[in-house]
Design a protein around this ligand. Structure first.
Ligand code: XMP
Length: 509
């Protein structure tokens, strides 16, 4: 299988580059740009893409590339900072930041070479976002494109297979960016484009069999797509030597427990332990209002119950987890501030000695979904919106009581039903209800009512790192609001959250 490595120089867009490559059927991975050449070449890459990044090549401590990589015979494509670094390291001239260029630009293509093949003579619309620029390409490079303000927007040293583009081919605002990447992947690197869902499934099943051997595994099913797909894949590999443990926290969405148990026990015939534990979770949450304490309490109790159940099964050596690629990347970038502790239900209980089986470690969410469908998981489970591990507990602002959870669960189901009815469910990253701790006066049937305020949240996002509040049609908001206040007596008001992330997070707590 061909592998393209994306060397991450701290770009906002490194993940996007990796996805764009995979969308063309070529497997790609993000690795730190600072890795030594030997470590990078160990992966046997078919090509390297140097990402953009916030630094200037002149800044102290600016990330560099191991120069041996430029002599290794592996094709290199530098994007933005990546191209400036190529120019800088190879003796070109990089001009310091007087000319910030941000947004759309139109290129004049001077020379199509391989990387811009089929894209000339322009004008070619691209997206730029840079301070520094390459004023003179290094010796041996040809200038392929320019704009009135940027003399080198693309350059190539065909002999050494080194390429650079100042613009961002990975963003949608570069309409023909896909072709630029395809040129690099197929013309320059000679990739075959044979990375598909079924090749992934076969390889993953094989890997799991090798790892688990004749051993036994447990999996904490949360109802979410990641753990479900990880379980289905592992089941395909080792059959009934996998037991799933489904801890019903009582904090799940409407219909979720039934669907999880139904799918895995009844459809797949997989050994599944169903632990109804709502009372224990509600007891652990009594009197707690702090969101981080809620996360802690749910997390701790989850692990305890999981340990109790796993111990009952006898010796088990492996724990299957639905860790996906963004989780791996995020935990690798050590400096990010903790905004909120993400308790992943199914997270590794530290006191337990398991070897981890993480078959989805290299996939993005949308790829996980495609794999889930190919494995025969029901559409409603595969496409269900992400849901936080601590569940409805972090969507009830203030103390969590059984009554409030019930109100929220119903309101949430109404939001989902109406959004599905409007045909918008798949387009949204998440849509849900929050039960605020604000009460307000209403009038229901000529009488004064004093009830809860429900907030509706719907966002569009690619990866949950940033999100836009969704511009839902007013009629849809109206339908949601009317149903919630009519069908849930305890609610007198519905508001819509119009904050994007950042500055708000997606969840309220
Ligand atoms: P935030 O609220 O941080 O959420 O913008 C980003 C994404 O993560 C989900 N989320 C969680 N997932 N455990 C999880 O497994 C958690 O504690 C948790 N908190 C938030 C959230 O639903 C969104 O998709």
């Amino acid at each position: 299988m061909d592998v393209i490595l994306v060397l991450d120089f701290g770009a906002q867009y490194a993940q996007l580059i990796a996805r764009r490559v995979r969308e063309q059927g070529v497997f790609s991975k993000i690795v730190p740009a600072t890795w030594p050449a030997a470590r990078i070449l160990e992966e046997k890459p078919a090509g390297l893409i140097l990402s953009g990044g916030p630094a200037s090549v002149y800044a102290e401590g600016a990330p560099r590339l191991d120069p041996d990589l430029l002599r290794a015979g592996v094709p290199v494509l530098g994007i933005c900072y990546g191209m400036q670094l190529l120019a800088f390291m190879l003796g070109g001239e990089v001009a310091k930041g007087e000319h910030c260029e941000f947004g759309r630009a139109r290129l004049e293509v001077l020379d199509e070479d391989e990387i811009l093949a089929g894209l000339g003579p322009g004008p070619l619309e691209v997206w730029m976002s840079h301070g520094d620029l390459v004023r003179r390409a290094p010796a041996g490079f040809r200038v392929l494109a320019r704009t009135p303000s940027t003399p080198v927007v693309a350059m190539a040293d065909r002999e050494h297979r080194l390429y650079g583009v100042q613009f961002h081919p990975e963003v949608v605002h570069t309409p023909r960016g896909r072709e630029v990447l395809a040129n690099f992947l197929f013309r320059v690197c000679g990739c075959r484009g044979d990375w598909t869902t079924s090749s992934f499934i076969d390889a993953a099943v094989e890997r799991i069999r090798e790892q688990v051997g004749g051993g036994r595994a447990v999996c904490a099913l949360s109802g979410g797509v990641d753990s479900s797909v990880a379980a289905a894949l592992t089941h395909r590999a080792i059959g009934d030597r996998l037991t799933c443990i489904f801890v019903d926290t009582g904090l799940l969405r409407e219909g979720e427990p039934e669907q999880v148990v139904g799918t895995f026990r009844d459809v797949f015939g997989l050994p599944l332990v169903h632990v109804p534990a709502a009372d224990r979770f509600l007891a652990a949450l009594r009197g707690v209002t702090d969101p981080e304490v809620k996360r802690e309490r749910v997390g701790e109790l989850f692990v305890r119950i999981f340990e109790e159940e796993a111990a009952r099964l006898g010796p088990v050596e492996f724990l299957v987890q639905g860790t996906i690629y963004p989780d791996v990347i995020e935990s690798g970038t050590a400096t990010a501030a903790t905004i909120k502790t993400h308790h992943n239900v199914g997270g590794l209980p530290e006191s337990m000695v398991f070897q981890l089986v993480e078959p989805l470690r290299e996939l993005f969410k949308d790829e996980v979904r495609v794999v889930g469908e190919a494995l025969g998981l029901p559409e409603a489970l595969v496409w269900r919106h992400p849901f936080p591990g601590p569940g409805l507990a972090v969507r009830v602002v203030g103390e969590v009581t059984p009554e409030k959870v019930e109100v929220l669960r119903r309101a949430d189901a109404i939001v989902t039903e109406e959004i599905r009815r409007a045909g918008m469910y798949r387009r949204l990253w998440q849509a849900f209800a929050v039960l605020t701790d604000t009460r307000s006066v209403g009038v229901k049937g000529d009488a004064r009512a004093y009830g809860w305020t429900v907030a509706v949240r719907a966002v569009e996002s690619e990866d949950a790192m940033t999100a836009d509040w969704a511009r839902l049609p007013h009629d849809l908001l109206e339908a949601i609001s009317t149903r919630i206040v009519n069908e849930i007596p305890a609610v007198t008001r519905v508001v819509y959250d119009i904050t994007s992330k950042p500055p708000a997070t997606i969840e309220w707590e």
